[in-house]
Design a protein around this ligand. Structure first.
Ligand SMILES: Nc1nc2c(ncn2[C@@H]2O[C@H](COP(=O)(O)OP(=O)(O)O)[C@@H](O)[C@H]2O)c(=O)[nH]1
Ligand SMILES: [Mg+2]
Length: 390
């Protein structure tokens, strides 16, 4: 089973610069008690806690700009922030729609997060939640990828995914890598080799209509990694290092990383913990993933089931909108270069997606592929001429 580093003594700069390749180094998740046992570490913990609480206060103050923040998301078009950075649009492969892939363990709250995003951004009360959520995540779940467009302009789409098992890391990684390598499309069935034959049969009959064949494949532009605060709290309390290791490995998988940009982290279910435990879970999650708990972990929890206006919590809504902006900025920052306008090359790149090494080599040296194509054509023409002369 793969294992990886946890950047356990992070909240240091070291962890921020940790490269994706670290995910191959053996794990040594430092027990939380060790971190707290050391007096300087415990001082550090208290400092961080104070900063998280201060940040929460600032977030509350920023809610007076919630309308502007929402407008900003509504105005968004792919490549927006690329231009904002003084970059030039030419040369970039700017998609018609920016695709945000929502991943995370089963029951973490991925579908709930999507419903919350739709509610906050679209502000339309459909009278029902668009993404299906499940109380009993053991029996039910999202087995087919679901695409949700937000904003009238349909410039952002969210993909709800099947929950990661958290138990079979190799299989979880294989599923994630397929989505990242080959793209995702609405209605795509997600079957694992470890699924029982009964489940596989059941999924096959559920997917029989084959609507997915009609849906457009999307390349993922940014990943949103959803984790439950309760799970983090329990892992820490029970010193469950195996689960922590799995979580870290999934998060740090190089396929989810765009250059140095790791997935955006959303911590859900915080409302089920007391205030202190909620902050401690956020700090511990930052410690595990090598992220700043203050700026790079978004605490977005508290909604269950249908939302009515009275349930609105502007602070959570604001956190959600800021998280979206952060994710879209990351997506724009990592837009791929336009590889080619050459029709033949485009087909070759598309056909070799399943073979990342060959695919990368073609993208890096397209002129070699084109030269080989002309050589092949020339060879065939020569062979045909010789054949005719003979
Ligand atoms: N209290 C609380 N419950 C939540 C939160 N997010 C999701 N849930 C509940 O957790 C269960 C699983 O959520 P769901 O979105 O289906 O998880 P998924 O498997 O990741 O898509 C549902 O009963 C949700 O209502 C949250 O932030 N707080
Ligand atoms: Mg779901």
């Amino acid at each position: 089973m793969p294992s990886c580093t946890s950047d356990s003594d992070s909240w240091s700069e070291k962890s921020k610069s940790a490269s994706a390749s670290e995910s191959a180094v053996p794990l040594s998740v430092k027990p939380a008690s060790d971190v707290r046992g050391d007096s300087s570490e415990s001082r550090r913990f208290l400092e961080l806690k104070a900063k998280v609480l201060r940040q929460n206060e600032q977030l509350k103050k920023r809610t007076k700009h919630i309308k502007d923040q929402r407008e900003k998301i509504l105005r968004y078009t792919p490549g927006n922030w690329l231009v904002g950075r003084g970059g030039t649009r030419s040369g970039y492969a700017i998609p018609a729609v920016t695709t945000l892939l929502i991943v995370g363990p089963v029951g973490a709250g991925k579908s709930t997060l999507i419903n919350n995003i739709i509610r906050v951004v679209d502000k339309t009360d459909h009278g029902f939640d668009r993404a299906q959520t499940y109380e009993n995540t053991r029996e039910y779940g999202t087995y087919f990828l679901e695409e949700y467009s937000i904003c009238e302009s349909q410039s952002i789409c969210l993909f709800d995914t099947r929950g990661l098992s958290g138990e079979d890391l190799t299989e979880d990684l294989a599923v994630l890598q397929t989505w990242m390598r080959e793209g995702v499309h609405h209605g795509q069935m997600v079957v694992r080799s470890s699924d029982s034959s009964a489940l596989k049969e059941c999924l096959k009959s559920k997917g029989r209509h084959g609507h997915d064949k009609l849906s457009k494949k999307r390349d993922v532009n940014c990943v949103i990694f959803v984790v439950s605060a309760v799970e983090v709290h329990n892992m820490k309390a029970n010193e469950d290092f195996a689960s922590q290791n799995n979580l870290v490995c999934l998060f740090k998988d190089p396929y989810l990383t765009f250059k140095d940009d790791r997935p955006v982290v959303v911590m859900t279910h915080g409302d089920e913990l007391c205030k202190d435990d909620r902050v401690a879970a956020r700090i511990h999650l930052g410690e595990l993933l090598g992220l700043s708990p203050i700026n790079h972990i978004f605490d977005i929890s508290g909604f269950t089931g249908r939302i009515v206006d009275d349930d609105c919590d502007p602070t959570t809504d604001m956190a959600l909108l800021e998280m979206l902006e952060y994710a879209l900025q990351k997506a724009d920052r990592n837009l791929p270069y336009k590889i080619t306008t050459n029709f033949f090359l485009k087909q070759v790149v598309e056909a070799t997606r399943r073979f990342p090494r060959i695919n990368d080599a073609i993208k890096e040296r397209p002129e070699i592929t084109i030269a080989m194509f002309w050589l092949l054509l020339f060879g065939l023409a020569l062979a045909a001429i010789i054949e005719i002369i003979d």
